[in-house]
Design a protein. Structure first.
Length: 237
């Protein structure tokens, strides 16, 4: 059963950045509601009340009940502006809907069953989720809260595409209506790349006998040089 969300709002007439700044200082959120052949209306919503509703994923894809000073109408969330680093909502846009007119909404994907799939259990594969939501078009009463993607039968190197999703016949996937099928998830076995490295060249270590021979040769050479030097000195005298 879907959760019902009621947004309590107040109509406002003051416009401009200064007015919006004053509302935010008073812990309120400026917003606008438009559509359904009516003039856009500026509204104000309590910030804490709105933040509480935004904690629910279904708030973003549900038909919302908007109460403006006792006047009720149905809307959907179209845009939400957040502060770039503070947990604050700066502005929101709501669109009126008609029960007889189809609307387009992006619906979140819920991936289930991947841990029991042949790809994971038998091959140790990983499953990559390629999309997080998908756009659908339908009447407000048929709008799904989320779309379940069944991965329980996926095998290695297989993909689950948009065309594999099971939806009500009253819900149309926008991309498929334009013949644009694409992958939602894929299973793969990660490859381990082993880099071959050359072993460092080892220096030859002379043995004790070789060191002794080299020492004797150096000593003999030194003696010979010394004798030649003495002969040269005698000749010079």
């Amino acid at each position: 059963m879907k959760q019902t969300f009621v947004i309590n709002a107040t109509a406002r007439s003051d416009q401009g950045k200064g007015a919006s700044r004053r509302l935010r200082h008073a812990n309120k959120v400026p917003g606008i509601v438009y559509g359904a052949s009516f003039e856009p209306a500026s509204i104000t919503i309590e910030h804490n009340e709105l933040m509480h509703m935004l904690e629910h994923e279904s708030f973003y894809t549900s038909i919302l009940d908007l109460d403006i000073d006792g006047k009720k109408e149905q809307v959907v969330l179209r845009d939400l502006q957040r502060h770039h680093f503070k947990p604050r909502i700066m502005h929101l846009d709501l669109q009126r809907i008609s029960a007889k007119e189809k609307i387009s909404m992006r619906i979140p994907l819920h991936f289930v069953g991947g841990e029991i799939s042949p790809a994971v259990k038998l091959s140790g594969a990983l499953i990559s989720h390629l999309e997080v939501d998908v756009e659908v078009r339908c009447l407000p009463k048929d709008l799904p809260e989320f779309i379940e993607v069944d991965l329980s039968k996926i095998e290695v190197n297989q993909t689950v595409n948009l065309s594999d999703l099971k939806l009500s016949e009253n819900v149309e996937i926008t991309a498929l209506s334009h013949d644009e099928d694409k992958a939602m998830a894929t299973a793969y076995v990660p490859r381990v790349v082993v880099e071959e490295t050359e072993a460092p060249a080892t220096a030859e270590v002379p043995v004790a006998g070789d060191e002794a021979k080299e020492g004797d040769a150096a000593a003999e050479g030194g003696e010979a040089n010394s004798k030649d030097k003495d002969k040269d000195e005698k000749k010079g005298k």
